[in-house]
Design a protein around this ligand. Structure first.
Ligand SMILES: Nc1ncnc2c1ncn2[C@@H]1O[C@H](COP(=O)(O)OP(=O)(O)O)[C@@H](O)[C@H]1O
Ligand SMILES: [Mg+2]
Length: 353
């Protein structure tokens, strides 16, 4: 375990702007993004295709030079460095991709040794280090294989071992699991979690899959049209998404996303047709939801019945959700809902589309 100062900043992006030249006014891929990624955390950047995620992450190691703004990594302003010094700083950042980018004509071992070529290590020391990394990613037995002989998940493990060879402080992952099936994805995510915990490496995860964020990240930024539109702890974002785009990503990755399905159930339709309203209650950090529901039923003379209940774990904290029908006088229901909200419950009325 590496201990770090709480809230030390590893990557600071200040007013990053990146415009690609093209006919007309150009493509504004990143529009004034300011973002801080803390030392030792796993930070997700989510958005639909074309939102500017890859461009932003490529600005972090200056693979893409921003038109304006500053990139400060581990206290060093990369945007102010001459080439040689920049290359030295870049080695602090490893990167992996959706398409793995392995050298097809080299063995697995040679792929992992590649970044060590100019480190001054002896060949034996290089080999030892690469074999240790292959053991870490659980691929020792594939050292002499070629990339074409590996599955997608194995290729990504080799890419991770290669990225680790330069002892990076940061690992940038651009859609690293997007080409993998769900089971392989979860094994790669747990490997990333392990190298974060055991090596203290700060990880930036670019993805269009909110499930990846839910399973791996502590904080997340949502990008839309080149801007960060919402940012926060993953738990808070799941508990209380504010922007439309955030809501749609959150729903895609939570069992809560299926709450609207309930409205299609014939028996529920019947209750709703008779005048009942349907609400979704979200409870933070506790399963006190049921108790609150029964107490407000009594206090406000509202008949609340539970249609669906579930609790999910996000970043080690529980997020509870209840879908209820409410029957009673309109003003009593309104007062009951106000009371629930005053008690920290998120309440949303569900309506037919
Ligand atoms: N090298 C490039 N030249 C021109 N336009 C680009 C280049 N790279 C990205 N873009 C454009 O910038 C926008 C953001 O792209 P990108 O960062 O790849 O988004 P994302 O990774 O979120 O899908 C898109 O409109 C894309 O077409
Ligand atoms: Mg991309």
């Amino acid at each position: 375990m590496t201990t770090v100062k709480p809230d030390a900043v590893m990557i600071s992006l200040e007013h990053i702007v990146k415009t690609f030249p093209s006919s007309g006014e150009g493509v504004h891929a990143v529009k004034d993004v300011t973002l801080q990624i803390r030392t030792g955390e796993i930070f997700g950047i989510v958005g639909f295709s074309g939102a500017g995620k890859s461009t932003l992450v490529r600005c972090m190691n200056l693979l893409e030079r921003p038109n304006s703004g500053r990139v400060i990594v581990d206290g060093v302003d990369l945007t102010a460095l001459p080439m040689r010094a920049l290359n030295r700083e870049r080695r602090k950042m490893g990167m992996i991709f959706q398409q793995f980018n392995l050298f097809a004509s080299r063995t697995v071992l040679d792929n992992v040794m590649f970044p060590l070529a100019h480190t001054g290590l002896s060949r034996a020391a290089m080999k030892k280090k690469a074999m240790d990394l292959l053991a870490f990613v659980e691929l020792s037995q594939k050292a002499d294989a070629y990339p074409s002989q590996l599955s997608g998940g194995q290729k990504q493990r080799v890419a991770i071992a290669r990225a680790l060879a330069s002892d990076p402080k940061v690992l940038l992952c651009d859609e690293a699991t997007s080409a993998l099936d769900p089971q392989t994805t979860s094994s790669i995510l747990s490997l990333l979690g392990r190298l974060n915990r055991e090596m203290g490496i700060t990880i930036v995860v670019i993805t269009h899959q909110m499930q990846v964020v839910k399973d791996l990240c502590q904080r997340v930024a949502l990008m839309e049209e080149g801007r960060v539109v919402e940012e926060g702890d993953v738990y808070d974002i799941f508990a209380n998404p504010r922007e439309m785009v955030t809501r749609s990503f959150v729903e895609s990755a939570s069992s809560g996303g299926q709450v609207r399905e309930i409205l299609r159930d014939p028996s529920v339709r019947k209750v709703v047709a008779s005048g009942a309203k349907v609400y979704c209650f979200k409870f933070l950090d506790s399963s006190a939801g049921r108790a609150l529901v029964s107490s407000i039923s009594r206090a406000y003379h509202v008949d609340l019945s539970i249609l669906q209940a579930n609790i999910e774990m996000i970043d080690g904290r529980s997020l509870g959700q209840l879908v209820v029908t409410a029957e009673g006088m309109a003003e009593n229901i309104a007062a009951a809902i106000d009371y629930a909200r005053e008690n920290g419950v998120e309440v949303e009325e569900l309506k037919h589309a």
